[in-house]
Design a protein around this ligand. Structure first.
Ligand SMILES: Cc1cc2nc3c(=O)[nH]c(=O)nc-3n(C[C@H](O)[C@H](O)[C@H](O)COP(=O)(O)OP(=O)(O)OC[C@H]3O[C@@H](n4cnc5c(N)ncnc54)[C@H](O)[C@@H]3O)c2cc1C
Length: 463
């Protein structure tokens, strides 16, 4: 056990959770104050891995789960950071400045002191009551062991290799898993209780394009049919929905996540309205000396100025960096997010930033959207492909609120980053229209599709 009066000026920094937020924080803290003692407790066996790559290992685009690992505990130790895997923090005593740690292999508990504590414990997959049945072949996908368990089901751990997969949930993880299992030769049925897939990310016209892509690739998509239970004895054989029984020997439950806040609550840190840990711009919780970062933490949405819980990889890394610098005695702030996300559904690239029309209305903004169908390259250039842009702005002020893009050329939807950058500056549609975007026929039309959409939206706002 280390002591509170460690060598460095900032003393002993303890970090709970060793993936994106936790390891970013550890590296930054050590770099900022090389004299600080930095200790990371991770309950799993892996640290610092490309969490977002898991569906691509299952789908065969990445060879092995081990390929996702960016840094090993040994490498971190080489940088002077102590990483203890298989160690679960089970309690926090903020007053005493200690955490209780269970060494899972040894079954031994110890008390560890801290001067600054970071809680970077991520989220857990939601498992509704119907998914609690003790049946093999039913999986969530949160960590590498979850991915390995899915792989085992595919290889025949349930008696014989899985042939029919049912994905419950049409969010981006469900969609990525649907594609991955289809690539492995399974018959895939996607169940979504809402009226369309990708419902929380896109407006209806774009949701329909995503669904059309799934159906064009031979997947069965059933929307508006909530799951009521699972069937099977020992191994899953089907999913009971309000509309009937769907046969399946592999079920992926991807119905959402909930922030892991138990330790933050134990430490006396306030939770926000989103249910995630509330922090200020320095990633400090309401408990002195205790920070939070990553998927378990809420952030400021720069378009709405409201606190949101949008758990994504770059956000977790950024929050971790900020927390690391501040825990080591520096002064860094995390300005917030604009809700930018991108994903692939078979031959479609899909991206979004800011607010959809529905989200804007949901927070009481008077918004207007335009849709533009164009080509991603100059129309005459031989390999130009279609691209659809939906651009949203506030009526009256012309403030840009968001964009959604869909194109069969995946990289073309990275244009969303232009709008994201402008949203951070609270720019108007006119600012977007005035932006000097790159042009040559193999990349875009002379008037890029974003500029065409901005022009159309400007006219709409004026009329
Ligand atoms: C299948 C999938 C695909 C994704 N794809 C994308 C994508 O394409 N783009 C994107 O931006 N984001 C994506 N994400 C989200 C991204 O992976 C997360 O935002 C990111 O991993 C969050 O990092 P984190 O450090 O906050 O939490 P996590 O990665 O969840 O790490 C938290 C760690 O804390 C540990 N822990 C928890 N409690 C304790 C405890 N009591 N004691 C010790 N250790 C503890 C956990 O074991 C875990 O390893 C994806 C997520 C999933 C599941």
């Amino acid at each position: 056990m280390g002591t509170k009066a460690a060598a460095g000026s900032t003393g002993r920094i303890v970090i709970i959770g060793g993936v994106a937020a936790g390891m970013s924080a550890a590296s930054r803290a050590k770099r900022f104050d090389p004299g600080a003692e930095v200790v990371v407790f991770e309950r799993g066996e892996y640290i610092s891995y490309g969490a977002c790559g898991r569906p691509y290992v299952i789908g065969g685009k990445v060879e092995d789960f081990e390929d996702l690992i960016a840094r090993t505990p040994e490498r971190m130790r080489g940088q002077g950071i102590s990483v203890r895997t298989g160690h679960e923090v089970t309690g926090v005593d903020a007053g005493a400045g200690t955490v209780t740690v269970l060494d899972r292999a040894a079954g031994r508990t110890s008390t560890e002191p801290f001067d600054r504590l970071l809680i970077a414990t991520g989220v857990s997959a939601v498992r509704p009551d119907w998914a609690q049945a003790d049946l093999s072949g039913v999986h969530v996908l949160r960590d590498i062991p979850d991915g390995q368990a899915i792989e085992a089901s595919l290889q025949g751990a349930g008696g014989k290799p899985a042939k029919r997969a049912c994905i419950v949930g049409g969010g981006y993880i469900g969609l990525e898993m649907a594609e991955a299992l289809h690539a492995r030769g399974l018959k895939v049925i996607l169940l979504e209780k809402g009226p369309e897939v990708a419902g929380r990310m896109l407006d209806i016209p774009l949701q329909r394009r995503v669904r059309a892509e799934l159906e064009a690739k031979g997947l069965v998509v059933c929307c508006g049919a909530p799951v009521e239970g699972l069937t099977g004895t020992g191994h899953v054989t089907g999913v009971q929905t309000s509309g009937g029984l769907v046969r399946a020997d592999l079920v992926i439950v991807a119905v959402g996540v909930k922030p892991n806040t138990e330790l933050a609550r134990a430490a006396g840190a306030r939770l926000g309205k989103t249910g995630a840990v509330a922090v200020n711009l320095r990633q400090e919780t309401s408990a002195a000396g205790i920070y939070a970062a990553g998927d378990n933490t809420e952030s400021l949405h720069r378009v709405t100025r409201r606190k949101v819980h949008i758990p994504l990889g770059l956000t977790a890394n950024r929050m971790g960096r900020v927390a690391g610098v501040n825990m080591a005695g520096g002064d860094a702030t995390f300005p917030g997010i604009v809700g930018t996300a991108i994903f692939k559904v078979f031959d479609l690239g899909v991206s979004r930033t800011g607010l959809t029309q529905a989200e804007a209305e949901g927070v009481g903004l008077k918004a207007v959207s335009v849709d533009v169908d164009s080509t991603d390259h100059a129309g005459y250039y031989n390999d130009s492909l279609p691209i659809h842009v939906r651009l949203t702005a506030e009526v009256g002020t012309g403030r840009l609120l968001g964009a959604q893009l869909v194109s069969p050329r995946h990289i073309s939807v990275k244009r969303v980053d232009v709008v994201a950058a402008l949203l951070h500056r609270r720019s108007t549609v006119q600012h977007l229209f005035d932006t000097d975007l790159a042009y040559a026929p193999p990349f875009s039309g002379v008037w890029d599709v974003l500029l065409v959409a901005a022009d159309k939206l400007n006219r709409q706002i004026r009329d």
